[in-house]
Design a binder for this molecule. Structure first.
Ligand code: GDP
Length: 286
């Protein structure tokens, strides 16, 4: 599902999050570990108004671990807690409550000093579409979430999901828009599948991804598709298209007459990239 972000939607999305900020102690911002900057909302700092924030580098299973470590340092320097994660398998999610405690340490220490009880830490998950917000919420909620929403007579209002005894999360995430001004951002999001490639052109999207992979992860695809020769000139479109065609040929994407169907080849390339078949690839470095 692609959300069309008109100015009215943006304003509403922003207000919804701002209303929820009053209810919570901290924000969990999800970004895609493969492109942590392109998968963020451009106004996020302004919208969150200085709320303590944990940045989750989700889909870390698909990202280059060495680059993910650099991103962890990058965001730490900005004063956030950072946690690489794989919401789909659940790997790493157990750390969320402990890390949240670190994030809210000052506030919690003050309460303790006054002899007050600690109440559960309350959080809100935010992020652009497709970064894995629902996946993470469902993982954290286990079965408890299904019992509430759609029973007759139960208002579908704000629900809190309990994470152990020490943490509660709002069950609906805050959905924010990605950056639109920057074409590069659009292509990166399309390569990873965060926005539908049909919005752009599937061959252009695959070309963009292939160029990046040829430059930084040549070995990965050389191995997978048994490619013999790396492109000579990365800035020569023909050289990249030749690689795409070679992959297409190997995957049987042919038209009558034996020519490569570049559109089909592009779809194969994107599908294999997104499924992690080309190995763990990051598309942005700090
Ligand atoms: P939302 O729009 O932010 O709620 O995103 P979803 O939770 O619907 O996830 C979008 C897609 O990403 C789905 O196909 C998920 O299965 C997939 N996904 C979510 N988290 C992960 C992850 O950690 N690793 C991988 N490989 N896929 C994930």
């Amino acid at each position: 599902m692609t959300i069309q972000w008109f100015p009215g939607h943006m304003t509403r999305a922003r207000r919804q999050i701002e209303d929820k900020l009053k209810l919570i102690d901290m924000v969990i911002e999800l970004v895609d570990a493969r492109l942590p900057l392109s998968s963020r909302n451009p106004m996020i700092d302004e919208i969150l108004q200085g709320k303590p924030r944990m940045i989750i580098l989700n889909k870390a299973d698909l990202a280059d671990p060495a680059i993910t470590s650099l991103w962890v340092e990058y965001f730490k320097k900005q004063g956030h807690e950072v946690l690489p994660l794989d919401a789909a398998s659940g790997y790493g999610i157990k750390e969320i409550p402990e890390r949240s405690k670190l994030l809210l340490k000052e506030k919690r220490d003050k309460r303790a000093a006054k002899g007050m009880n600690q109440r559960p830490m309350r959080g809100l998950i935010v992020g652009i579409p497709n970064v894995g917000k629902s996946t993470l919420i469902n993982r954290l909620a286990g079965k408890s979430i299904a019992a509430t929403g759609d029973r007759p007579g139960v208002t579908k209002g704000q629900q809190w999901i309990k994470i152990g005894t020490e943490m509660e999360l709002l069950d609906t995430p805050g959905i924010l828009w990605p950056k639109f001004e920057d074409q590069t951002v659009g292509y990166r999001l399309a390569v990873t599948g965060a926005i539908r490639e049909e919005i752009l052109n599937v061959e252009d999207v695959a070309y963009y991804g292939m160029k990046y992979i040829c430059e930084y992860y040549w070995k990965n695809i050389a191995e997978r598709f048994e490619l013999s020769e790396a492109p000579q000139d990365l800035d020569n479109p023909n050289d990249i298209v030749e690689i795409m065609e070679e992959i297409g040929r190997k995957r049987g994407c042919l038209m009558s007459g034996g020519r490569v169907d570049l559109e089909k080849a592009s779809k194969v390339i994107l599908r294999e990239f997104r499924a992690g078949k080309m190995g763990r690839i990051s598309m942005e470095t700090p």
